[in-house]
Design a protein around this ligand. Sequence first.
Ligand SMILES: [Zn+2]
Length: 452
Amino acid sequence: MKSRLWLWLAALILAPAIWILAIFLEGEAPNAVLELTSGGIGRSGELSVSASDEKRGLSRISIDLFKDGKETILFEKNFASSGWFSGGTDHETSFKVTVEPGKLGISDGKALIRLSVRDYSWRKWLKGNLTYLEKEVMIDTQPPKVDVLSRVHNLGQGGSGLVIYRVSESGTTSGVQVGGNFFPGYGGYFKDPDICMALFALAYDQGPGTTIHVSARDAAGNSAIAGFPYHIRKVRYPEDSINISDQFLNWKLPEFAGQIPSDAPQSPVDRFLWVNRELRKQSIEKICETTQQTDKDIYWKGAFLRLPNSATRAAFGDRRKYQYEGRMIDEQVHMGIDLASLAQSPVPASGSGKVVFTDNIGIFGRTVVVDHGFGLFTTYSHLSAVDVQPGQMVARGENLGRTGSTGMAGGDHLHYGMMVHHVFVNPLEWWDASWIENNILSKIESVKSGLN
Ligand SMILES: [Zn+2]
């Protein structure tokens, strides 16, 4: 009898003790995430840290950097406790730590970063549960060096250009900045893997004051820019007047019925204006999206083909004024060349390349986009038939489809566009073998032969 009483008493005391100990001695280690904002630590690097501990709360976080046998404390923080029994007041935290190797006396090279997070558990003789995270990092405080190798860079508004340059570090992303537009450059074309090439363009509305330079950014986030001499020629694009008749509206608007929102104004002229303004913007955005990926290969050779036996109906950069019943209702810039031949004429690929798009795009109607490599694209719009598939390689002169009047076209013609990455350029340059020789091929040749 006596021994059973003792058992009861023991259970009464022990059960809560075990329960309390289970809470205070919980063995769940804190969660922690350690990330670098760039691929390495440059002149100024940034670590992004988050940590959480659901049960007893966070007690201490420290970050140390180990390099050449030396330890440097990058960060340490003790978190408050709300009492012996209740544990830590903070259960989660996230913050960023700036690391400036120069100020900390840390030299360039490989290093190890260790994040330690402890909680307010009573485990490990009250030191708490510990989570360790280690990350190897490359410290590189030197910006990449950029040497521009190509020489003469003459550009007209709406014109294309090529720059060839050498970067001192592999893993560097680089390209040409033209005002607000960036054109990526790619290595791999020349024997020297550090030599990169970038096609770039001056948009039709970027004037002689536009700044152009090569910019490079290494894996650690160090950046460098290199200027090069260039000359910008102002181009005066002509005005063109387009008469919008009721007959044209009655013919064309039904084609856009499904694309005009129901809350848009309903008069034929207003519906036309919605198409000419809003749908035009959307269509240009969509055609730009098709140029986001490009092959790092030069597929084309020689001058680009113009639609055979065709007359030019509108030029690149034409400032179109739209007239309705004798008054001007809209103004837009024409970003391609309109070529008219016999109705439903076969449309040849103007240069060798890869078909990347064959679908309807708003005002452009049925459209084919061909990637010629290094960011150079041709676009063929208002087609009545398409005979190619995305992903298909086509040779210069190979049939893509037939001319037509799909989209905002007042008659059967080909709207021919050329783009350098996301910027429309004047196709006249690329139809001209001597322009290509002087501005593109001679630069590539002189770098190849080391005569730059
Ligand atoms: Zn056109």
